[in-house]
Design a protein around this ligand. Structure first.
Ligand code: ADP
Ligand code: MG
Length: 246
């Protein structure tokens, strides 16, 4: 059998996968053999009730939670033992659910902070972020904490993009924004995915999120309840009845 280079993954395989993850914050496990993944350039969405372990699964994939079982791989490389910072160097960016920007810093300072690991010229990436989120260019000298909720989320996503990630992980990027702002943010996320960046995101707006998802994971009590394409989950009567309000 010929060995493949570690970095190589086939087109149908996940680019990022947290596989069979079991673990929690203390003695009790929150995740039970939980698997989430995303393919290259695709959008994968994690949905499920409050307290299901969605954020915990994201933290586990990013290396913020010790796993008792399971592993995390990116591009075929096992990164289970890596600290979050080292995962950033491997191409991961994570926008947590809360406290994801520096409110006292300007918009541009926030974006520059996102690139702190880089040693090359960040100007072109900054331009890309301003192209994606034009309002951030207008407000680049303003304190990020003064912006609206939707604009602050744009700062958080923009800051993550400044690392030039291969996979962008978003925990409830549309929390607390209006439906119009949500639609707009989803459009931008689709645009990011079209550039080849994989998106793994948690969403409270399950129906809308599954509409843009190539793949969906329904988590319940730290376990995978349903996994399928976004379209199949939306069409599944059981999923609709239990998780999507009919
Ligand atoms: N830092 C923490 N320490 C201890 N328990 C936590 C912590 N964060 C979350 N939990 C618990 O883990 C479970 C899953 O939480 P979470 O992953 O935040 O769910 P979700 O994001 O799906 O709403 C909940 O029971 C929650 O109380
Ligand atoms: Mg959460």
């Amino acid at each position: 059998m010929s060995a493949l280079p570690a970095q190589q993954t086939g087109p149908g395989e996940p680019f990022l996968i947290g596989e069979g993850m079991t673990g929690g914050y203390g003695a009790a496990d929150i995740l039970h053999d939980c698997t989430v993944s995303v393919r290259r350039g695709e959008i994968a969405v994690i949905v499920g009730p409050n307290g299901a372990g969605k954020s915990t699964a994201m933290k586990a994939v990013f290396g913020m939670l010790p796993l008792r079982k399971g592993r995390v791989r990116i591009g075929g490389t096992d990164i289970t033992g890596l600290a979050p910072q080292a995962r950033v160097a491997e191409g991961m960016a994570f926008v947590p659910q809360t406290r994801n920007i520096f409110g006292a810093l300007t918009v541009e300072e926030n974006l520059e902070m996102g690139a702190f690991l880089r040693r090359d010229d960040i100007h072109a990436t900054l331009e890309q972020v301003y192209h994606l989120f034009p309002i951030l260019r207008d407000k680049r000298r303003q304190a990020a904490g003064e912006l609206s909720g939707g604009q602050r989320q744009q700062v958080a996503v923009g800051r993550a993009l400044m690392t030039q990630p291969q996979v962008l992980m978003l925990d409830e990027p549309t929390a607390g924004v209006s439906p119009i702002v949500m639609d707009e943010l989803f459009d931008r996320i689709i645009e990011v995915a079209r550039t080849g960046i994989s998106i793994l995101m948690v969403e409270q707006n399950a129906r809308q999120a599954l509409q843009i998802a190539d793949r969906g994971f329904v988590l319940v009590q730290g376990s995978n309840a349903y996994t399928d394409t976004g379209a199949a989950l939306l069409a599944d009567p059981e999923v609709r009845r239990t998780f999507l309000g009919g």
